[in-house]
Design a protein. Sequence first.
Length: 297
Amino acid sequence: MSRPAIKPTKIYGWDGIELSNDELSVGLTPSIGGRIMSLKYQGQEMLFVDPLHTGETFSPQDWRSLSEAKKKMGFRVWGGDKTWVAPQSSWLEGIPPLDLDAAPYALTLTEHEVQMSSPVCRETGLQIIRHVSLIDGKVRLCEELHNRSSQAVSRGLWNVTQVKRPCLFEIPAKNETFRSYHHEDRTLPAFQGSLACLNERLTIDCTKPSLFKVGGNPLGGAVMIYVMVNDQKLAWKKEFNYQPSAQYAHDSAVEIFNSPTLPYAEIELHAPFSTLAPHQFVRLEQTWQISACSSKV
């Protein structure tokens, strides 16, 4: 088994941890929501990071009123890969829970894994734990959503990855299983591309800035992301545990969002929507594999 080098380093201004091998490096920033903030293949960065907020951190004890703190901060976009809690309609002030999204996470290191644990969220009673490893050239990400409250909580674990544009997403799907979200969210325009599948593959083009969101349920638990970085096309395969018959928040296991102003698109993966009794938790596991391609996006 090939294990990575693990070392503390700066990741875009944040104190972080880097896991690396000969071709791949993974940069973790526990101090801002336990994110994976960097993913480089042969030195080429694949994740979006907002340059306006690099190195920004917060002290949760300063958030005496979560509502007021959210209004003051606004909807921040730091970038990278993160864990949210679904559904979005449950968020106070329409902004992700600050204790989970922006607070420092506790860091635990082992010989082959980094664990980042959120504080218990004052808004939801939930805690997020993220396990990250780099073994045999593959990134393994395990996200857990724990109910630390004294009563049942109904929520869904929601993984969000902000990918640098230009990029394409390829999803195994059948026709009429993915939809534009403009009927459900009136702030969104209708998706202008095609949701028709070719050979049971749906391709979502995020090469240009335009606002849209689409989502649905795939045929299986694997998606392909093609990213163009400095004239090099990189292929990123995400495999994840998927239950076709389960209920999902937003009625979708996979969602794609394209930003009209910032150079990124999001791939969003959901674990099944669950009612968690006290001390129960749900888990979403992913394996990432990255390689170079000869063609261009």
